[in-house]
Design a protein. Structure first.
Length: 501
């Protein structure tokens, strides 16, 4: 039995829309639990990713209202978790492990709000479970915290469209406030939602006082980090250029989006957008999910044109997948059921296998028997800065006692500096300083340290060397090490001019 929606192309399972009792609780929660278990096991891998090391140091040793490259939430969270359970990767990554599981559930709930029955909900949850959203949640990072926040935000808006309960709009403002403490990207989502609502309705959303009350909450909560940015010359504004310099162009962006969507998710995204587009081309029928489709496409286009990284779209991928799951299951009801089942089983099997081979969850002995397993590369990547950190620490400790007390250890790039601060510290090493990115906005060394031991992968730059009477190389295999002595300018005076991005 089926019931009609306002969309002439979509037929929804009976009871599939608008009832509290039709949520596919059992299978969806089972999928979410499996995701949490896989990520929890994978957490105890080789070590911290270099961005995690940076977040840890920033929150543990340099807690502030803002940073060169982000607001304060993730560093503060990293520092807190390290204090709760020092050195425990399981605890350190627990927020994103639970966040990924919740994102799976929220994808199913969005599918439900868009009219999807149990089949659509399970399909959406499963597709997210084997997508890049879960794969990247192996790490605690800004780009792995945002997906659960954005998916929660979109679920609140989708539910408001159906229920018109204004408390949902106020809650959306609170979620936005939290997201603004992670990255400054969520205004792009709200701008796209506004365009979608203006073009396709319900325009009533933009007239609700609760929406603007929520916006006020978000603005007030963001004032401290904005004041930090203003006091430091708005360094976050430089991140756009940094991203464009490091990331491939539009072709690479599109390819990355497809890969992150996964074998199951990519077809769902395509199906959902195509069928919404067909419905929009047949007025006067108004598609109930049109505002969402326009918003999600708008965000993708904005990221692509601005030179954003493809993994930014992990934050909207669950909603895209949910939209496609609703469209596909509605269209396919009664059509080649056996074929559909076979294709779905094949897609999920391959997707799950790819996930298990991409995060370090299988025993190392098994992975060693699988040539090219991505999980092996993941674990190797977690060790990539360790040799440099140990070599830099050893080079510092090899200095004569008198020289060492007057010398600050400088790392060329922030990943090396963070590795020295965490891994080198465990070997009795000193704190690290660096002019690179976020480290360039930490406090400089004390004035009593008149020398600098420069460590990196390139020779000491002239922008740094010119502030010392002499810089001489020191022999260290695999690393450029220079001892610069006789500082001629106070650290505070030279600090802004040596910063690099």
């Amino acid at each position: 039995m089926t019931t009609e929606t306002t969309d002439p192309l979509v037929r929804v399972e009976a009871g599939g829309r608008g009832r509290d009792g039709d949520f596919a609780r059992g299978p969806v929660l089972l999928i979410a639990a499996a995701v949490a278990a896989v990520l929890a096991i994978a957490s105890e891998s080789a070590g911290y990713f270099f961005d995690e090391l940076y977040f840890l140091v920033a929150g543990r040793d340099h807690l502030a209202w803002g940073y060169f490259d982000q607001p304060p939430l993730v560093p503060a969270l990293a520092g807190l978790l390290d204090r709760v359970a020092p050195g425990s990767l399981l605890v350190f990554r627990l927020p994103v492990t639970l966040g990924a599981a919740l994102t799976v559930v929220l994808a199913a709930l969005i599918a439900r709000e868009l009219g999807g029955g149990r089949g659509a909900q399970v399909l959406a949850a499963g597709a997210v479970a084997v997508s890049g959203t879960v794969l990247m949640s192996h790490y605690l990072a800004t780009y792995t915290v945002d997906p659960v926040l954005w998916t929660l935000l979109l679920w609140l808006l989708a539910r408001w469209v159906r229920t018109r309960s204004d408390r949902l709009l106020l809650l959306a403002g609170v979620v936005t406030a939290v997201s603004l403490q992670t990255k400054f990207l969520v205004p792009a989502l709200w701008a796209a939602v506004a365009v979608g609502v203006l073009l396709c309705g319900p325009r009533e959303m933009l007239r609700r006082p609760a929406l603007w009350a929520g916006a006020a909450v978000a603005v007030v909560a963001t004032v401290p980090t904005l004041l930090w940015q203003a006091a430091n010359g708005w360094p976050y504004a430089q991140m756009g250029a940094v991203v464009r310099d490091e990331w491939p162009g539009t072709t690479g962006f599109v390819l990355g989006v497809v890969l992150f969507a996964g074998l199951v998710g990519a077809p769902l995204v395509l199906v959902g957008l195509i069928r919404v587009g067909i419905a929009l081309a047949r007025p006067p029928h108004r598609h109930p999910a049109a505002w969402l489709a326009v918003a999600l496409v708008g965000v993708c286009v904005a990221f692509a044109l601005s030179g954003g990284r493809s993994y930014y779209t992990l934050a909207i991928l669950p909603a895209l997948v949910a939209l496609g799951a609703v469209k596909l299951t509605a269209w396919a009801r009664g059509r080649a059921r056996r074929t559909r089942g076979t294709l779905a089983a094949l897609g999920f099997t391959v997707g799950a296998a790819a996930l298990l081979l991409s995060v370090p969850v299988l025993p190392a002995a098994w992975l060693a028997q699988i040539p090219g397993a991505p999980a092996a590369a993941v674990e190797a990547g977690e060790r990539v800065m360790e040799p440099g950190a140990m070599a830099a620490t050893a080079a510092y400790q090899a200095l004569p006692d008198g020289t060492r007390r007057q010398t600050a250890l400088f790392a060329q790039i922030y990943p090396l500096a963070a590795a020295v601060d965490v891994l080198g510290e465990r070997a009795g090493g000193p704190p690290a300083y660096s002019p690179h990115r976020g480290y360039g906005y930490f406090a400089p060394p004390p004035e009593s340290q008149t020398n600098a031991l420069w460590v990196g992968f390139e020779t000491v730059p002239d922008t740094f060397r010119r502030y010392f009477a002499d810089c001489a190389p020191r022999p260290v295999d695999g690393l450029e090490v220079w001892l610069c002595t006789g500082r001629t300018t106070p650290w505070a005076a030279m600090w802004p001019s040596i910063r690099s991005r």
